[in-house]
Design a protein around this ligand. Structure first.
Ligand SMILES: [Zn+2]
Length: 341
């Protein structure tokens, strides 16, 4: 899944675009504009859409569309960015008097297979992706796990939004993208923030330097009071002193006075009595070789910057030329459109 899906949902809802629940491709923006082409005014509709599972690999071959009530098909799509095949666009020329920009996908050919869409329209929906809510969820519920959390899950009458961000019909008991169970999403959706923090408080508390158990606990109690407004008693009730001693290596220090960590770059040892960290770096390359490499890297970076500079200076001119010809400027290149329908 891709966190950008949330932005597409927001655009699609605020633009009031019609999409069907069973479609893998959803339109998020439609623009209608008049351009002068060879001295004549022409009207174009630009349509932006995305593969909502973010697994596009040139699978889409054709879209069947309803454009202002008229059925058309579209076989050419432009990628909105060179390295992302999931966000696509196309442009249509319509009659100059055609003010409407009502475009909907009614079917498509994907991997050579024709799919007719029969599902209901997706009703407007909201998502909760408040950064603080997500930060707390990741930190307290999925601490240390490689779980994709792009949104707070939400269960509605006809659909549910998984925490990866995927919109699933309510009949699906597993998320189509990340295989999370609907019941698990429901559990997460119903967790209140306060109990989430308090119930996982011992996972988050980490010792700093050579502070004592009490110093560490006091520091966190103060932090939780200030940050979340919880009372000291509530916080202390959830703190498990034995667990903290075990998790933060206090026992270890008492027994041996020393814990050791070895990394690829050398070795580091931590002495709890003196709090000094000794690091022995491993140096494989003689300095002269390094300098030469740095110089080469510098020249390459310089060339890249120069190319970008020239490109950015040329872009407004090329863009203007592209619109003159009646094309669509996408990701630094001029894309031509179909000649009417
Ligand atoms: Zn999911």
């Amino acid at each position: 899944m891709n966190a950008r899906v949330i932005d597409f949902y927001k655009k699609m809802n605020s633009n009031g675009v019609k999409n069907r629940i069973d479609s893998q491709y959803w339109i998020y923006e439609i623009n209608s504009e008049i351009k002068r082409v060879n001295g004549l005014s022409k009207r174009f509709i630009q349509v932006f859409f995305f593969n909502r599972y973010f697994n596009e690999n040139e699978n889409l071959m054709r879209l069947y569309l309803l454009v202002n009530g008229q059925e058309i098909q579209q076989d050419r799509f432009s990628k909105m960015s060179t390295n992302d095949p999931n966000v696509l666009a196309f442009i249509l020329e319509v009659d100059l008097a055609e003010e409407g920009k009502d475009v909907e996908i009614i079917g498509y050919i994907q991997d050579g297979k024709k799919i007719d869409l029969k599902g209901d329209y997706v009703k407007p929906f909201t998502v909760n992706d408040a950064p603080e809510t997500l930060r707390i969820l990741k930190l307290y519920e999925f601490s240390g796990q490689d779980k994709e959390v792009n949104v707070l899950p939400k269960i509605d009458e006809d659909h549910w939004i998984c925490m990866c961000g995927n919109y699933n019909p309510i009949e699906d008991t597993y998320c189509k993208v990340c295989a999370t169970k609907l019941e698990e999403a429901r559990r997460i959706a119903n967790i209140d923030q306060k109990s989430l923090i308090l119930n996982n408080i011992n996972k988050v508390i980490k010792r700093e330097g050579n502070e004592t158990v009490d110093d560490m606990i006091n520091r966190y109690v103060y932090k939780f009071q200030i940050t979340y407004g919880f009372s000291k008693e509530e916080i202390l009730e959830h703190i498990n002193r034995d667990e903290l001693i075990k998790n933060n290596g206090f026992n270890n220090s008492i027994n041996t006075g020393k814990t050791e960590a070895i990394s690829d770059n050398g070795s580091a040892s931590y002495d709890s009595q003196t709090t000094e960290i000794h690091v022995t770096p491993v140096d494989n390359n003689p300095p002269t070789k390094n300098n030469k490499l740095i110089m080469i890297a510098g020249v390459i970076i310089g060339i890249i910057i120069l190319v970008f500079l020239v490109q950015s200076l040329m872009e407004p001119y090329l863009q203007e030329q592209c619109y003159e010809k009646g094309g669509l400027w996408i990701n630094g290149a001029c894309e031509m459109f179909n000649e009417g329908f």
